[in-house]
Ligand binder design. Structure first.
Ligand code: ADE
Length: 226
């Protein structure tokens, strides 16, 4: 999968993809992430990409021209399956959406800043608007990093144990069960004995029960979707 990201703050998006699973995904050639500084398509030599909003009011708006130039130039190289705008008023990201997006070939993500991007870009170019939650970030960059991470780890071959993403929280509308590692007894707090029994069938049943219980206790709303 190839993901292009348009941003006024490319520095913010360097580190998130240089470690751990995202790094490995890129090294294995399963994921390619390219971050493009929007100022490359600025309207003047001062690097301007935003302007005052019509009708007055505080806050700048990201202009049409740099965004259109960037989108059109990048679209000459590849056909995007989705042009995504990260915005708090978008559709809320969940595991199902990440699963669906992980099946795409080429994604273009636009990070908003200030008051956001000119509405005409949303109308004429953006195909999907995504929010990572009901809170407002200073810009779309951290949201894009979250989105890339949640999609990237689902690409076949990215995780070491191919099946492990299947058991993530939310994958079956269930939260993941509790997990334990050594020592068996830490300060008198013991690991549930079933996990030491070696009975894999019983362990699976126990894990499923724990998942159900945990979901019931913490997120009954997602249980209703079963
Ligand atoms: N930009 C600012 N806040 C955001 C959010 N919650 N989700 C996606 N993009 C954003």
């Amino acid at each position: 999968m190839r993901i292009d990201i348009l941003t006024v703050l490319p520095e913010l998006l360097k580190s998130p993809f240089e470690h751990s699973i995202m790094k490995r995904a890129q090294e294995k050639g399963l994921l390619e992430v390219q971050v493009h500084p929007l100022r490359k398509w600025a309207v003047n030599e001062y690097g301007q990409v935003d302007d005052y909003q019509y009708g007055g009011g505080a806050g700048m708006v990201m202009m049409c021209e740099p965004l259109v130039k960037a989108i059109e130039e990048l679209s000459k190289e590849r056909k995007y399956d989705e042009i995504i705008y990260l915005t708090p008023d978008g559709e809320k990201l969940d595991q199902k959406m990440s699963n669906t997006l992980s099946l795409k070939e080429n994604l273009l993500m636009i990070c908003g800043h200030y008051k956001g991007i000119d509405e005409r870009i949303r109308e004429h170019f953006v195909t999907k608007e995504i929010s990572i939650g009901d809170y407002v970030l200073s810009g779309g960059e951290l949201a894009a990093a979250v989105l890339v991470d949640s999609i990237g780890r689902l690409l076949p071959g990215v995780l070491n144990d191919e099946t492990s993403a299947l058991f993530d929280s939310f994958q079956d509308n269930l939260l993941a069960p509790p997990v334990y590692t050594r020592p068996e007894d830490f300060r008198g707090w013991k690991v549930p004995s079933i996990l030491m029994s070696g009975d894999h069938k019983k362990i699976e049943e126990w894990r499923h029960e724990q998942s159900l219980q945990r979901t019931q206790d913490r997120r009954p709303d997602i249980l209703d979707q079963l």
